[in-house]
Design a binder for this molecule. Structure first.
Ligand code: NAD
Ligand code: ZN
Length: 281
């Protein structure tokens, strides 16, 4: 494993535009369960998964009822204000500060990358601390709306201050399209990167799971000196894809990732940052 961590550190140093893709595994060490791991929310409670698949439909059918339910029921993840970023989040923030990591595209809704100090975060599935207008995509901080007040006055759902559209939570539900701005910016990052670090995601939820697959298809032309001493131009993969996961994933089996470092992101990532610093000295 140490060899792979060193290899990853070298790959990061040699990259021009590294990005990270993160999933629920990134936050399990902060105490937020994932969905499909051994102690995952779905693994333990398949009924909760069935309900989650209906939330978006319920919002479309009756936004007022969706809001009333949301404001009265407990959150699936518990109180996200009580959790803290773990050493994995801090390590990614440090890689950004060092100028190596250019963007984090996360499936997590927990805001922990931002709280660890990462500046360029794309919340692919939204952010639990934000609201979003379904018409114009404007985002608002939760505190900008007095949701309980609106509820007491019977004035739910909230409406957008910019265009009057209906407001929902920013978190993207199953069957809800990814907000067009985030989908677009994420693809741009994937088209631009030459290194992708995939941390703690089972990569089975689409369309997020498409991002590493799109990256893998990208090729660049490179010159190679043949045995006869002639230069040949060949098409080679444009992106190095490194995976960090507690268990083997479909991406490795499909040949999407170049290599997998098996273990915990909260342990591997800080070690990788230390290795980058050592090699740069
Ligand atoms: P997932 O539950 O499908 O997969 C998590 C993956 O992380 C698994 O492959 C597991 O082996 C791995 N893992 C768990 N702990 C790890 C650790 N400490 N180090 C390294 N790997 C670890 O999660 P997903 O792929 O992110 O997709 C599920 C969906 O659920 C996402 O769309 C996301 O929006 C949502 N979700 C978000 C949160 C959160 O915001 N923290 C939590 C649960 C689910
Ligand atoms: Zn609006």
């Amino acid at each position: 494993m140490e060899e792979l961590v060193e290899r990853a550190a070298r790959d990061l140093i040699n990259s021009n535009y590294a990005i990270a893709l993160t999933g629920a595994g990134m936050s399990t060490e902060s105490g937020i369960p994932d969905f499909r791991g051994p102690s995952g929310i779905w693994t333990k409670d398949p009924e909760a998964e069935r309900r989650a698949y209906q939330t978006y439909h319920r919002f479309l059918a009756n936004p007022k009822e969706y809001w009333e339910e949301k404001l009265s029921g407990p959150s699936l993840f518990g109180d996200l204000t009580k959790v803290e970023p773990n050493p994995g989040h801090h390590a990614l923030a440090e890689l950004e500060e060092m100028g190596i990591l250019k963007c984090v595209i996360t499936q997590n809704i927990d805001n922990l990358h931002q709280r660890a100090g990462t500046e360029n975060v794309l919340d692919y599935h939204g952010n639990a601390f934000k609201l979003r207008c379904v018409d114009c995509n404007a985002r608002f901080d939760l505190e900008e709306y007095d949701l309980q007040g609106l509820r007491e006055e019977g004035r739910l759902p909230p409406h957008c201050r910019k265009c009057g559209g209906v407001i929902k939570g920013d978190v993207v539900h199953f069957r809800e399209p990814i907000p067009s701005d985030i989908a677009h910016q994420s693809l741009e990052e994937v088209w631009r990167c030459d290194l992708m670090l995939i941390c703690g995601t089972s990569a089975v939820v689409y369309p997020f799971a498409e991002l590493p697959r799109v990256a893998r298809q990208r090729k660049i032309e490179a010159e190679r000196k043949t045995e006869a001493g002639i230069y040949a131009v060949e098409r080679v993969p444009a992106v190095t894809i490194i995976e960090l996961n507690a268990e083997p994933t479909p991406l490795m089996a499909e040949g999407i990732s170049d290599y997998l470092i098996q273990g915990k992101t909260g342990e591997i990532l800080p070690g990788m940052v230390e290795e980058v610093k050592r090699l740069r000295r």
